[in-house]
Design a protein around this ligand. Structure first.
Ligand SMILES: Cc1cc2nc3c(=O)[nH]c(=O)nc-3n(C[C@H](O)[C@H](O)[C@H](O)COP(=O)(O)OP(=O)(O)OC[C@H]3O[C@@H](n4cnc5c(N)ncnc54)[C@H](O)[C@@H]3O)c2cc1C
Length: 315
């Protein structure tokens, strides 16, 4: 069993400039000095992903309207000679943290949307980019293939007390890494924090994890809203307008119980409707999406939601 200091040293010893993927991540692997979570300290076990470690692909599933999304499920692959050492390890990827995938000299970050501490498994949702080198590689991976990951990388830590007002704003496929952030609050009965989960997508077809959002909606402290500026049904009125009207009956029919959707972009005025000034608690904003989305939302939220820039986190 490695102590915390040994864990930290193992991580720092192995970080070099070549470990940076060059994508300009908000939380760069080189600035990452992870403190073991309370969970790891309590378990008294080593986090298996602190240095590049092999994970076996258990399942791959193509999703999305054109199959351009891949759901990948990995499990830690015990190396020969690990013996009983394997039982002294766990997989700790705290909510809001990402991992780095290394294939040869190619490095790309991915944000797990689910992980299992004891079974040492995690899942990512990948949007394949045309001509992207890692996308080409991932398009070809098959169950049983071994890939190398290291992490966890990130800064976000949630303290349940005192209760907060947490706004989580996600763009498209980047809703995936926001799911553990929501679960973390809802799974803790003593956490009185309130959540607003605002999801921006092209249209309803491009909203992922709707089932999970419906499960979350059963909790008193969770609210969500979908922003779908390009939603368009086949009625002649909506075809002519270029998008559905807010009251479009087809859109309403396609929404499930407790789903709220707006046929518009999430702008400053719209964001301000979620301010709820009568609800006490520090405002925290978490934004998941590409860098221009993150920058734009962070800018409008400082005014519309009265969030202190110190409490804004980019995933
Ligand atoms: C912190 C962090 C977490 C990430 N988590 C995920 C994740 O969970 N799932 C996931 O699919 N991707 C995620 N990404 C993006 C991922 O790391 C890769 O960039 C992506 O898989 C494409 O890699 P590539 O080598 O195929 O193409 P690249 O060479 O990286 O990109 C090819 C082209 O696609 C564009 N592009 C890359 N990513 C995006 C994007 N997200 N939106 C729009 N255009 C893009 C690039 O600008 C370029 O023009 C994350 C990125 C960061 C910084």
């Amino acid at each position: 069993m490695l102590s915390y200091l040994e864990d930290l040293k193992e991580n720092e010893d192995q970080l070099r400039d070549s470990d940076c993927c060059g994508n300009g991540c908000t939380n760069c692997i080189l600035d990452n000095k992870p403190r073991p979570s309370k969970r790891v300290l309590l378990a008294g076990k080593r986090n298996v992903i602190l240095s590049y470690t092999k994970f076996r692909l258990l399942r791959r599933e193509a999703l999305g309207p054109n199959g351009q999304l891949l759901l990948l499920h990995f499990a830690h692959a015990a190396e020969e000679g690990d013996g009983d050492g394997a039982v002294d390890t766990v997989l700790d990827i705290p909510p809001g943290h990402h991992v780095m995938l290394r294939v040869g000299s190619l490095l790309r970050p991915y944000s797990p949307y689910w992980s299992d501490f004891v079974a040492k498994e995690f899942r990512i949702l990948v949007k394949l980019q045309p001509e992207g080198p890692m996308s080409r590689h991932l398009q070809a991976v098959q169950p049983d293939d071994l890939l190398e990951f290291r992490g966890p990388i990130g800064q976000y830590v949630h303290e349940p007390q005192p209760a907060k007002c947490i706004y989580i704003i996600a763009q498209g496929v980047a809703i995936a890494p926001t799911l553990p952030l929501v679960r973390q609050v809802l799974d803790n009965e003593e956490d009185m924090s309130r959540l607003w989960h605002l999801v921006c997508a092209h249209d309803l077809l491009h909203v992922y994890f709707r089932e999970e959002m419906l499960e979350f909606a059963q909790f008193w402290n969770y609210r969500s809203c979908l922003y779908l500026p390009h939603q368009q049904c086949d009625s002649s009125a909506c075809q002519e307008a270029g998008h559905c009207a807010q009251q479009c009956p087809q859109l309403r029919d396609n929404l499930r119980y407790k789903e709220t959707a707006k046929v518009s972009r999430l702008d400053a005025t719209e964001l301000a409707t979620h301010l709820n000034p009568a609800i006490p608690g520090q405002r925290v904003l978490i934004v998941a999406g590409d860098s221009s989305f993150q920058k734009n939302i962070a800018q409008i939220a400082t005014q519309s939601l009265d969030v202190d820039p110190a409490n804004i986190y980019m995933l």
